[in-house]
Design a protein around this ligand. Structure first.
Ligand SMILES: [Ca+2]
Ligand SMILES: [Ca+2]
Ligand SMILES: [Ca+2]
Length: 287
C-alpha cells in the first residue's frame, strides 16, 4: 500500500511539473500574465505601426474555486474607436478559448471553441455578452478596414516598419494560427452558458492584478469575471483575443485546475482513515 501511494504521488508530481513547464505565462500575485509586443499594432493611412489605438500590451488570467478572471491591458476601450470600419467603429473581438489541443482551424471546424464576449456593441454573431460553448468563430477583420488580408502579411508589414510582431505567449508565426488568412476574432455561433461581470480597476487591484509590475503602458485596463462552473472542469487551454480589425492579437496558454468538491475531500479522508487503520492493524496480523 505504501509503495502504491508513493507511485501515485510521483505520478502526480511529474504531471504537475509537466503542466507547469508547458506554460509560457508568468505567475505574479496569483495572476498568470502573457506579455505581447509593445510595437506590433497597425493603424491608419499613412500607416502607423506600434503604440496605436489598437495596441495590445498584455493579458492576465486567474482561477479561484468560484470564479475565473480575465484582464487585458491595451489602448482600445470597450466600445472601440471611431475608424474607417463599415459600422464606423473598430471594437474588441471576443476571447476565443481552445481546450482541444488542436490548431485553430481544426478546433473551429469542429465547433469546439469556447467564447467570452465582453464588448456588447461588437460584430459578434451572438446577441448578448457572456460565456458561450460549442463556438464556431469567424473573422470580421475585412469589415473593419483590414487591408492586409492575412496574418502573414500583417506580420510582414509590422516587421518592414521596424516592429516585432508577437502573439502573447506565442510567436507571431506559430502554426496554431493559419498565416494565409485573417484570424477568426469573434463568435459566429455558440450556446450561451452564463453571464460575465465587468470589473472596476479597484476590484481588479483588490484581486492582486498588477500590469504596472510588467511596465505595461496601455491606456485601458479591462477586466471581467464569470462563474468557475461555466467552464470545463479541468484541462489546458489556449485563448486568443484581437481587435475587430486583427491589427493586433494576443494569446495566452494556461491550465484549468479541477476544483475539489466537498464530497471528494470527505471521500479521500475516509480512504485515508481506512488505509491508516489497516496499516495500524498489520503488526497484529503478522504476529
Ligand atoms: Ca501588441
Ligand atoms: Ca466594427
Ligand atoms: Ca500581438
Amino acid at each position: 500500500m505504501k509503495k502504491q501511494l508513493m507511485v501515485t504521488w510521483l505520478v502526480a508530481i511529474i504531471c504537475l511539473l509537466t503542466a507547469k513547464s508547458a506554460q509560457a505565462s508568468t505567475l505574479y500575485k496569483g495572476w498568470s500574465y502573457a506579455i505581447d509586443s509593445f510595437n506590433d499594432s497597425t493603424q491608419g493611412t499613412p500607416l502607423r505601426v506600434g503604440g496605436t489605438d489598437y495596441e495590445i500590451y498584455g493579458s492576465a488570467f486567474k482561477q479561484t474555486d468560484h470564479n475565473i478572471f480575465l484582464a487585458i491591458n491595451a489602448n482600445t476601450p470597450i466600445g472601440g474607436v471611431a475608424s474607417g470600419a463599415q459600422d464606423g467603429y473598430t471594437r474588441w473581438g471576443d476571447i476565443l478559448f481552445n481546450f482541444s489541443g488542436q490548431n485553430l482551424n481544426t478546433a473551429n471546424a469542429n465547433g469546439s471553441l469556447w467564447g467570452v464576449r465582453f464588448d456588447g456593441q461588437n460584430e459578434s454573431g451572438v446577441a448578448s455578452t457572456g460565456v458561450f460553448k460549442d463556438v464556431v468563430a469567424k473573422s470580421v477583420a475585412h469589415l473593419n478596414n483590414n487591408g492586409f488580408g492575412s496574418l502573414g502579411r500583417h506580420n510582414q508589414v509590422v516587421q518592414n516598419y521596424g516592429g516585432t510582431p508577437t502573439i502573447g505567449d506565442l510567436s507571431a508565426f506559430d502554426p496554431y494560427f493559419d498565416q494565409s488568412k485573417q484570424v477568426e476574432n469573434v463568435i459566429a455561433s455558440g450556446t450561451k452558458v452564463g453571464d460575465i461581470k465587468l470589473l472596476s480597476l479597484t476590484e481588479l487591484s483588490n484581486l492582486g492584478l498588477d500590469f504596472a509590475h510588467f511596465g505595461l503602458p496601455g491606456s485601458q485596463t479591462i477586466g471581467l469575471s464569470f462563474d468557475r462552473s461555466l467552464f470545463p472542469d479541468e484541462g489546458s487551454f489556449l485563448y486568443h483575443l484581437a481587435v475587430e480589425c486583427d491589427n493586433d492579437i494576443i494569446a495566452q496558454g494556461g491550465n484549468l485546475e479541477r476544483v475539489p468538491e466537498p464530497s471528494a475531500i470527505l471521500g479521500l479522508t475516509f480512504v485515508g482513515l481506512i488505509g491508516g487503520s489497516r496499516l495500524r492493524k498489520r503488526p497484529h496480523v503478522n504476529q
